[in-house]
Design a protein around this ligand. Structure first.
Ligand code: ADP
Ligand code: MG
Length: 641
């Protein structure tokens, strides 16, 4: 049986008989009708106000009303269903006029057999229009979404030529729509060696009808490269034939940079811990070697042959000490002595030394900024930083060139902080070191700051220079950037936060106090040190200066010794980090009974690890390895205070 369609009818018809004939005609054509019949304008309008109809059938001539007026009222309300005029005697002209006015169709009462078809067609057309309108709306919604998303969207033909691109694409690549349309999409074009493989992969995947997803490196209009998370897929027509490709790209350059930076920071942290640990143990060994050598030197006559050999050992120890210091600086465990400092003065101070280091072929230019505010920094470390950067610059300019050291005041607003830089907006002193040397390839730039990364021949580079620079900058809460291209030279920029409310003071470079002979004494000293060679050495040195020394290898021995001699002991000389205790805790315990007890801490660690604990903050501290002369001088100073 044929499927019947239900139909809700609004009939504007004064003749009930005609209405019935029309219904019959529709029922015969397969409709199940529900209808409302109205005769007057008022009744018609009332129905239009809450229309629940699929179609209107309107008579042309009514006693108090007419079909064309009804049509106009209907159209005014922008109702979305067919309006069919049904009339006894509609002339050709009137009929056309009514269609022009917007009627969907007209049917003569003498030919009601046509009515069913007319309604069917009208409904079909309306449905079609509605679909088209919805499709258009979809398209409009889609296009405004595509125009506004952050992802770049590109549609190409089968050759990869761009047909469409959205504003995000323009922003991401720097190319305008006019420049890009008609050219081959960068995702499908070989741009460089690395991109070529990617582009081939994309092409073969999409031409076989598959969607490709991955990361591509492309070039922006300005020549910079960017990395994009990319999805490329085929677009098919209704027959399933591939007619276009569509690519969606998200720029992840910045994300990758941040990730890399984070990984880098973590790696440096781990290496720092490692280096710090090694340096600590090594310092204990060095302390013993340096110390015993010193003791021997003191006992050997000046003209002895043995003395020459010992001086060699002593010199080697000094170099080893410097190396360990470098490791500690990198690992941020070297005690730093930050002070309010004028960068310009530091630059001026080291300029002379730098000139000697870089040799005659390289011209040194210092450009000193006039309004560079003071920073809180350790002058020795800033000097070391400048030295390391300058040495690298010299190595990069074997045939001579120009080394420019510049200081500037820079204020960074929130929106000025360069992309990918985790700098707090604010005032900075910027120290730049530029050279006109060989520059660096991308892959060197990626590893620059890693300890032991070097491109120099064995024996020439240690790979520690820049990792030390990095460590110094980090511990000053600063930031370092590098800009370099092969053969185009290199610029390192270091941002150091300025100290609020300080004009630049004059710098005081650290010049190590020269060790002179110092007085000894007869006081009693409690010495706590777990490393036997170091303990014995310190004991001998202090006893040599006349002191009475009670050595202890651990906390309980120390406490026993202290109980036995509480009245006589005036000074505690103790290691900081020991297996069963730590120096500060021991000192605290002892001062409970004897508040006047003085202390000198010794450590191969130092810096942040042991500082920060209350008692250590301002306590006298001697970094291992130390010279015996320094030890006895510090001891005397403390006792005399
Ligand atoms: P080293 O100088 O011992 O090799 P660094 O940590 O100081 O170790 O530097 C690491 C590497 O970075 C160098 O080997 C070199 O390849 C590169 N480099 C550093 N500074 C520059 C520069 N100014 N110009 C070119 N390359 C540099
Ligand atoms: Mg170097």
């Amino acid at each position: 049986m044929e499927k019947r369609t239900s139909l809700r009818l609004l009939m504007l018809e004064d003749d009930p008989l005609d209405a019935e004939l029309e219904i019959t005609a529709l029922e015969e054509a397969g409709f199940d009708c529900q209808w409302t019949r109205v005769e007057t304008r008022a009744a018609f309008l009332a129905e239009l106000d809450a229309p629940q109809y699929d179609v209107i059938l309107a008579d042309f001539n009514l006693p108090s009303f007419d079909g064309l007026t009804a049509l106009r009222l209907f159209l005014d309300r922008r109702l979305d269903f067919p309006f069919i005029l049904v009339s006894g005697n509609l002339g050709e002209e009137t009929a056309i006029e009514s269609l022009k006015a917007g009627a969907t169709d007209y049917v003569l009462k003498s030919r009601l057999s046509r009515l069913g078809l007319a309604v069917q067609r009208a409904l079909r057309e309306k449905a079609g229009e509605r679909q088209q309108r919805e499709a258009e709306e979809d398209r409009r919604r889609l296009s405004s979404a595509v125009n506004q998303v952050a992802e770049a969207v590109v549609i190409t033909d089968l050759d990869g030529r761009i047909l469409y691109l959205n504003p995000a694409f323009e922003k991401m690549t720097g190319y305008t729509r006019a420049e890009a349309v008609g050219t081959v999409a960068p995702v499908l074009e070989r741009q460089d060696q690395t991109a070529a493989a990617g582009a081939d992969g994309v092409r073969s995947a999409v031409s076989m009808g598959r969607t490709w997803h991955g990361r591509l490196v492309n070039l922006r209009k300005d020549g910079m490269s960017y990395t994009a998370d990319t999805t490329v897929g085929p677009v098919r027509d209704e027959h399933g034939t591939i007619v276009n490709y569509v690519a969606v790209q998200r720029d992840v350059t910045n994300e990758l940079r941040m990730e890399a930076q984070y990984r880098q920071a973590q790696k440096m942290e781990a290496m720092g811990r490692l280096a710090g640990g090694v340096a600590h143990d090594f310092n204990n060994l060095l302390t013993a070697i340096v110390g015993y050598t010193q003791l021997l030197l003191d006992r050997i006559p000046p003209d002895s042959d043995l003395r020459r050999d010992l001086v060699q050992i002593d010199g080697a120890c000094e170099r080893a000490t410097t190396l360990v210091r470098s490791l500690l600086t990198f690992s941020r465990r070297d005690p730093s002595r930050p002070e309010v400092l004028d960068l310009n003065a530091v630059v001026n101070n080291v300029a002379g030394l730098l000139r000697r280091v870089i040799g005659e072929d390289v011209e040194l230019i210092s450009q000193i900024g006039s309004d560079v505010a003071a920073v809180r920094a350790d002058p020795g470390q800033i000097e070391q930083l400048l030295m390391n950067l300058s040495v690298n610059a010299r190595d990069a300019m074997p045939g001579g060139g120009r080394l420019v050291i510049q200081t500037e005041a820079v204020t960074l607003d929130a929106d000025q902080v360069p992309k990918g830089m985790d700098l707090v907006p604010g005032c900075y002193a910027r120290l730049s070191v530029s050279d006109t040397g060989v520059g660096m390839e991308e892959q060197v730039l990626g590893h620059l700051f890693e300890p032991f990364f070097t491109t120099k021949p064995a024996g020439e580079g240690t790979g520690l220079g820049l990792s030390i620079v990095y460590g110094i900058v980090k511990r000053h809460n600063g930031y370092i950037t590098v800009e370099s291209r092969p053969r185009k030279g290199t610029t390192f920029r270091i941002y150091l936060p300025v100290v609020a409310g300080h004009d630049a003071p004059t710098a005081t470079p650290i010049t190590p106090a020269l060790g002179g002979a110092s007085r000894g004494g007869q006081e009693m000293i409690l010495l706590v040190e777990d490393e036997a060679p170091v303990r014995m050495l310190v004991q001998r040195a202090l006893e040599g200066a006349g002191y009475r020394v009670l050595p202890a290898a651990d906390a309980s021995a120390a406490i026993d010794a202290f109980r036995a001699h509480a009245q006589e002991i005036v000074l505690l000389v103790t290691d900081v980090v020991m297996p069963d205790t730590n120096g500060p805790a021991l000192f605290e315990a002892l001062t409970k009974d004897c508040p006047s007890l003085k202390v000198l801490f010794l450590s191969g660690y130092a810096g942040e690890i042991v500082r920060g604990r209350g008692v250590m903050q301002d306590a006298p501290f001697l970094q291992k390895p130390f010279k015996l002369a320094d030890l006895s001088r510090r001891v005397r100073e403390i006792l005399d205070k």
